[in-house]
Design a protein around this ligand. Structure first.
Ligand code: NAD
Length: 366
């Protein structure tokens, strides 16, 4: 399950939207409903100071609507800081469609969703996220220009997952340089949790470098498929956090770094693709720091995907996508060092860079 584990009872005690704990001065939240296609979607626009709010659409079978609201609020906020720390002229947004992507995603539903996106006149630009494919974005493109992540055949930058994984790999190398004094990952023990689109591409990068890779996933078939393609070991235990390892790479769920896991984690470095890895940013950032675990902030190192889709808006090519993504190495190293100098968590250090860019732009715009 990609969405975070949330306590629905706790959520229900709060006011439905503006009172949610994940509400963080979001500019606009749009609830989309269409009886004919069964579409129930929420578009969250967190902040548009730096530019239009860009972020993918996630289709997920949420347990209830509270979880969906919570997810879109958290994810859209994350996009604001991801774009700003990466230096892109984009704001933060995200959409969720409530339902099972395997059984409920129809062309009609996607087209109707596209019309809702279009009705926002470009304030929100969509892309793919979990439960979506490039072909879905191609379909949405037939009803609105406010979509990225479309296929290369249709003039887009294609599937963002490999480039996301490459950025994560760069961030991981920078964190290794900081923690171990070398960014060479050969023989480093790396656990990749979640070997979906990004996880697999990360495994490929790691295996090219000779890392000792362990993989874990709830999908057995997928584990076997990856094992047959790369030199990896399937983790057969039931608590990978407690295993001896150099690097833990969360590439599935959010919130896997929490009260329960931090006390067990033996990794020296955490660097992965999943969004919102820290269950509570402040508290868990501090706990990691106290344990001496080098945490490469998720929204910083998983920005390859947004760099890839931004290319469609700015018309830059593959070379520039790769250059910008490789720069994640330098930014990560700089942020890890700044965090140490300023005595703050690495998450906070990355957040501060993003916030100062947003504040400066706001001043300029006013
Ligand atoms: P995906 O759906 O292709 O893969 C996720 C994988 O995680 C699946 O194989 C699934 O079976 C597995 N999984 C689910 N729950 C698990 C659990 N409890 N333990 C182990 N494995 C579990 O998704 P993806 O596109 O690879 O994205 C992975 C993560 O990276 C997501 O959190 C996503 O939001 C984030 N991310 C993706 C991109 C991108 O370009 N695709 C960009 C930025 C961030």
């Amino acid at each position: 399950m990609i969405t975070e584990v949330v306590n629905t009872k706790e959520l229900q005690k709060l006011d439905p939207v503006f009172g949610q704990m994940s509400f963080d001065n979001h500019e606009q939240i749009v609830f989309c409903n269409d009886k004919d296609t069964g579409l129930k979607a929420i578009i969250g626009i967190h902040n548009t100071v730096m530019g239009p709010a860009l972020g993918g659409t996630r289709m997920w079978n949420y347990n209830n609507e509270w979880e969906a609201v919570n997810d879109v609020l958290r994810l859209s906020r994350g996009m604001t800081y991801k774009a700003a720390v990466t230096g892109l002229n984009l704001g933060g947004g995200k959409a969720v469609i409530i339902g099972d992507a395997k059984t409920q995603k129809t062309p009609e539903l996607m087209l109707r969703f596209g019309e809702f996106v279009h009705s926002l006149s470009g304030k929100y630009i969509t892309a793919e996220d979990v439960g979506m494919a490039t072909s879905d974005m191609d379909l949405v493109r037939t009803v609105t220009p406010y979509v990225t992540g479309i296929s290369e055949e249709k003039g887009g930058a294609g599937n963002p997952s490999p480039i996301t994984a490459y950025g994560v790999f760069m961030g991981m190398k920078a964190a290794a340089k900081y923690a171990f004094g070398s960014d060479i990952l050969e023989d480093k023990v790396v656990y990749v949790e979640g070997i979906g689109n990004v996880g697999e591409a990360l495994v490929e990068n790691l295996s090219n470098e000779g890392a000792k890779i362990y993989i874990s996933d709830i999908n057995r078939e997928r584990l076997e498929e990856i094992r047959d393609k790369y030199s990896v070991t399937i983790y057969e235990g039931d608590n990978l956090y407690a295993e001896e390892m150099d690097i833990y790479a969360p590439c599935a769920l959010g919130a896997t770094i929490n009260d329960e896991t931090i006390s067990q984690i033996k990794a020296k470095v955490i660097a992965g693709a999943a969004n919102n890895q820290l269950a509570e940013e402040q508290k868990h950032g501090i706990l990691l720091r106290e344990k001496g675990i080098v945490y490469a902030p998720d929204f910083l190192i998983n920005a390859g995907g947004i760099i890839n889709v931004y290319a469609e808006l700015e018309n830059y090519g593959r070379k520039e996508i790769v250059r910008k993504t490789e720069n994640i190495y330098n930014t990560t190293l700089e942020i890890l060092k700044n965090a140490e100098i300023n005595g703050v968590t690495t998450h906070q250090a990355a957040f501060d860079v993003a916030q100062s860019r947003i504040d400066a732009r706001k001043l300029k715009n006013s």
